[in-house]
Design a protein around this ligand. Structure first.
Ligand SMILES: O=C(O)CCC(=O)C(=O)O
Ligand SMILES: [Fe+2]
Length: 358
């Protein structure tokens, strides 16, 4: 993910954006015997779910918010102070949420899509199944012949050692110094996967020469439909890349801009799944005080035009039963073979953001 707590150095400590991040970030009170999350004042967090409810009931919205006149089948809300920002509460049905959570965990991390684990382990096939089956990723013992074959003839560089899944009960590597890691640990530590044109985090740009598959057709259709309220008239959104972010408790996505796409008149389509989060939408400067808002499973945010220049981030997710607001997903994943999905989503949040790059 982008940036970290203090990515922008000490100066960032003083910006309005940084102050808001610190206000909402998860801290623990260690004073009591039991480690407790520090209480946080959520009174200023915009709640589009209750805005939708009062809009449906009384046709009213709070000051600073308006309902976009649009043909979209759900109400789309905008903020007067942030042109180009659109919020569609509950845009995805419960079934759609289930579908995209399943895809995000079981299919999207599949090679040639890359994940945060690639840099250490190379491509990992079937991570989700391996975690379900209690497998272990083991560094494969290689013969000198294999090692020679691994010298990359073009770059002259040694290719990283190979890792393979093995049954946990397989003791072949015990005590001989070989390295291993549980698949379930890797799944828990999954932080991002990239679909379509691959994003290179080290250069913060798209590397079109990396092998990739097109964005899956069903995700393409969904993104096109969701993008509509923010599209320039007569134009069609072309999904070319997607970043899937996986958040665990305590993770945050630092304030950033998504500015590596060519045409900022096109929206970024951002889908929230799983546990509730707080989203900060700042202005064009980190000094502009950000708006804080809740993001729930099924909500969709569109950022187009001027909003493409606004700093934004996710300082906090909520995993406690009361605040996570994922009861509807418990039912969806209640069958026994769905339990690994439920187990994962109970303590995490997934964000799929889809982009037109060119
Ligand atoms: O997680 C979110 O809702 C926002 C993600 C985001 O801003 C990004 O990946 O660029
Ligand atoms: Fe972003």
């Amino acid at each position: 993910m982008y940036g970290s707590d203090n990515a922008a150095g000490d100066d960032s400590e003083r910006t309005a954006f940084r102050k808001a991040e610190k206000k909402y970030k998860l801290y623990y009170d260690n004073s009591k015997r039991k480690k407790q999350p520090r209480a946080v004042d959520l009174s200023e967090v915009i709640d589009f779910k209750s805005i939708l409810e009062s809009y449906n009931r009384k046709d009213e919205v709070p000051a600073g918010v308006f309902k976009l006149p649009s043909d979209f089948d759900k109400p789309v809300f905008c903020l007067e102070s942030r042109p180009g920002f659109y919020f569609i509460p509950g845009a995805l049905s419960v079934e759609e949420q289930r579908q995209w959570i399943t895809e995000s965990l079981a299919s999207f991390p599949q090679p040639p899509n890359r994940t945060n684990h690639n840099a250490i382990y190379g491509p990992i096939e079937n991570l989700f199944d391996a975690a379900k089956e209690n497998k272990v990723l083991v560094e494969v013992e290689q013969s000198p012949g294999d090692r020679l074959a691994e010298i990359d003839s073009v770059h002259g560089a040694q290719i990283a050692p190979l890792w393979k899944f093995s049954d946990e009960s397989n003791k072949s590597c015990r005590g001989d110094g070989c390295k291993s890691v549980l698949a379930s640990v890797l799944l828990r530590k999954l932080r991002w996967s990239t679909l379509g044109l691959q994003f290179d985090w080290s250069k913060r740009s798209y590397n079109i020469s990396l092998p990739h598959n097109k964005i899956p057709e069903a995700l393409c259709c969904l993104a096109k439909r969701l993008a509509e309220p923010a599209m320039p008239p007569g134009q069609e959104f072309l999904p070319e890349a997607a970043i899937v972010n996986y958040f665990a408790l305590g993770d945050m996505l630092g304030g950033h801009l998504d500015d590596m796409e060519k045409d900022w008149s096109k929206p970024i389509v951002s889908i929230s799944l799983g546990c509730k989060a707080i989203f900060l939408l700042g202005g064009k400067s980190r000094e502009d005080p950000p708006h804080a808002m809740f993001l729930r499973s099924g909500d969709v945010v569109l950022m187009a035009q001027e909003a493409r220049e606004c700093f934004h981030g996710v300082p906090r997710i909520f995993t406690d039963t009361e605040s996570a607001e994922i009861n509807h997903l418990e039912l969806q994943f209640s069958k026994e073979d769905c339990f690994p999905f439920l187990d994962n989503i109970r303590s995490s949040r997934i964000n799929i953001n889809i982009r037109q790059v060119f």
